[in-house]
Design a protein around this ligand. Structure first.
Ligand code: DGY
Length: 430
């Protein structure tokens, strides 16, 4: 009789199986390239197995960094017809080929965790990446906050990593799809049930933004000023705020000579900027259209990253914790990507309801640090229980726990492994 594999063994097999030699794909078929924040979280999982491989994952990601400092959301090393839109649609003219915008900047935070839990080699590899991290943070503050408001914008819902969250409906509704967008063949629904993916209307708008970027040669000044979409995202804002603080700590830990005042300036300004994402009607930080000023209308798992960022006032965080608790009471598994009490909630559709392990990982760190240990523990447990119950899927139904989206998913496995051995900056082992 064949021995059944433990969940840990399965997670390790997934990480190894998705390894393409120096970088991992999130899942074969659906996502056949290197994705930005997927890779950074993959590094956390690899750190449990093989420190050298963990660093290599981040190093290969930064091979895709643009001259202006941007780390693109996809690094394409070859053309794979199983994915759309591939490099020929983006036409970013970079080597290696890449997409034209970024993704939540989580690298400095994970690198700090690796540096603090490692030895001499970890410090040396962190040191080599440090100037690249500075350049990428400078890019965010410069290109995505051109008026120095302390609030960074995103130019595409894909930049948030939370592609079709109802947060973007306000900005997406304003996009006019041009007649010459042309026919295209989506590949994601060849791999995954269409009910679990963005709609056709959303895809048309996603591609309209890519067309604008491509046609202006990915001129990010122009895209931020005139592009079809520019919204503030609590996910990007809060991961950047956390990453700025972690960058400062990392620079000091490494004994690097750098302009500490510049980083301190970003931290201070972002604290101010974040306050303008507070929607008093629902008592949460939410996405906001940066052109029209309009707020999104419900609390998300990205709103809950305020703790991780250390954003907002004590009163605001108290209110947020209360609402978070109410939402968790409704769900079998937390934290949902959209408030289940809101009419737009869909428990199975991508970022319109389902639970994502990487978001839970970061939310739990913030909650733990702010004294909400019970809620933090609940979210960490859910990240371990869901794959044990349903397999290592991309995301999960918060009501039933069903695994959805891509199977054998790298970051779900990585977070499972990292939490299993306490690789978590809010817990004592780091
Ligand atoms: C996709 O293709 O769905 C990706 O999330 C875009 O990054």
């Amino acid at each position: 009789m064949q021995k059944r594999h433990t969940p840990e063994e399965q997670a390790i097999e997934i990480m190894r199986g998705n390894d393409r030699g120096g970088y991992t794909v999130p899942t074969p078929g659906l996502y056949p390239y290197q994705w930005n924040w997927d890779s950074v979280f993959a590094a956390l999982g690899f750190a449990v197995l093989d420190r050298g491989r963990a660093w290599q994952e981040i190093e290969t990601l930064f091979q895709g960094q643009w001259a202006d400092g941007m780390v693109p959301h996809i690094v394409f090393r070859k053309n794979d017809p199983s994915y759309f839109p591939g490099p020929d649609i983006w036409k970013s003219n970079t080597d290696p080929m890449s997409s034209g915008h970024s993704q939540p900047p989580v690298a400095a935070s994970v690198i700090l965790t690796l540096a603090k839990t490692g030895g001499k080699d970890d410090m040396a590899r962190a040191r080599r990446l440090f100037p690249k991290l500075i350049a990428s943070h400078r890019w965010w503050h410069d290109y995505r906050d051109p008026d120095r408001t302390g609030l960074v914008g995103i130019i595409h819902p894909w930049e948030s990593g939370r592609d079709n969250c109802p947060d973007w409906d306000i900005g997406m509704d304003r996009i006019v799809v041009p007649d010459d967008l042309g026919p295209y063949h989506r590949r994601d629904t060849d791999h995954v049930d269409a009910d679990e993916r963005p709609t056709v209307q959303q895809y048309d708008r996603f591609l309209t933004i890519v067309k604008f970027g491509r046609e202006c040669g990915w001129n990010h000044r122009k895209i931020a000023a005139e592009g079809p979409f520019f919204m503030a995202d609590p996910g990007v804002q809060f991961t950047l705020m956390r990453a700025d603080r972690d960058l400062l700590e990392l620079g000091r830990l490494l004994g690097e000579m750098f302009d500490e005042g510049e980083v301190e300036g970003w931290i201070e300004l972002s604290q101010q900027g974040a306050l303008s994402m507070w929607n008093g009607d629902i008592e949460a930080f939410v996405a906001r259209d940066l052109r029209a000023g309009e707020f999104s209308t419900a609390l998300t798992n990205a709103s809950m990253l305020a703790f991780y960022a250390g954003a907002g006032t004590g009163d605001q965080l108290g209110l947020l914790a209360g609402h978070g608790r109410e939402i968790l009471d409704i769900c079998e598994y937390g934290f949902p990507s959209w408030d289940p009490r809101h009419e737009a909630f869909e428990s199975r559709r991508y970022w319109r309801g389902p639970v994502w392990s990487v978001m839970n990982y970061m939310i739990a760190i913030g909650l733990e640090e702010h004294g909400y240990a019970g809620m933090a523990e609940r979210l960490r447990n859910d990240c371990r229980q869901l794959p044990e119950l349903s397999g290592f899927y991309e995301y999960f139904d918060p009501l039933s726990g069903e695994g959805l989206g891509g199977p054998d998913f790298t970051w779900t496995a990585a977070i499972y492994l990292a939490l299993g051995c306490g690789l978590d900056p809010a817990l004592a082992k780091v």
